[in-house]
Design a protein around this ligand. Sequence first.
Ligand SMILES: C[S@@+](CC[C@H](N)C(=O)[O-])C[C@H]1O[C@@H](n2cnc3c(N)ncnc32)[C@H](O)[C@@H]1O
Length: 248
Amino acid sequence: MILEALNYAATWPLTSAGHRPFIRSSVNLWARANRCRAAWAEHERRTKAAIVSAADACRQRRTVVVLGSGLLRDVPVSALSRLFDTVVLVDLVHLASVRSWLAIKRFRNIRLIERDLSGLDALLAAQPFEPLSFLRQVPYLDLVVSSNLLSQIGIGAARKLEGHADAEVLVPQVIAAHLEGLAHVPAATCLVTDVGYTVIDRNNQTHETVNLMHGIDPGPVRDSWDWPVIPFGEESRDYKIVHRVIVR
Ligand SMILES: C[S@@+](CC[C@H](N)C(=O)[O-])C[C@H]1O[C@@H](n2cnc3c(N)ncnc32)[C@H](O)[C@@H]1O
């Protein structure tokens, strides 16, 4: 609790006013990721392996952008920093703990950008809705990674649109815009995302299955695995929640 409060307080002055409301959920994720370290290890290893494999396949390795870099748990930062001239990490919030770790490691080629990647504000304001268009301004872009972000964009949009008459239309649009943005970026891409989850009890009975892509097809899948986001004992002794993750 004390470490969480310290991380929150240290992140506050480093974060723009508009993004401060997201510090809380980032700190909560940090705490949960620490508690669930063992259950998440295989998912983090496989995500990193998928990203390194995409990086290895790049003919040129000048700039890589990582969308949803968050806590850098599933991002192979050291390998990317070694392989590319410049590594750009994009998220709503970069926690003080993450910034300190980067500073201790003395990476010289890493840039942090705070940005809402959903584009929801533009969509609601009936402005041009191309949430990843900023990637066109990134010089020498060779790889874009979306690292366990897309489902969270959908969850954030659904939360913000609660009670909105068009929520069921707008949330899939936000998901689709991310996929479309990746499809049109003039660089190689690597998408890792959980696409749904299942609530399972101790008798292995399935209680609920939820599609986190809101019905949007993420496209051809190169690899997939289960990620026990909520293992037994995290929220309840009686059930766990297992997410399905895909690589595209
Ligand atoms: C499950 S975490 C990803 C984990 C991260 N790749 C890591 O290695 O720790 C989802 C991340 O997406 C970020 N996120 C959620 N919605 C976002 C949005 N609209 N724009 C930018 N980042 C967002 C969260 O802040 C969080 O860091």
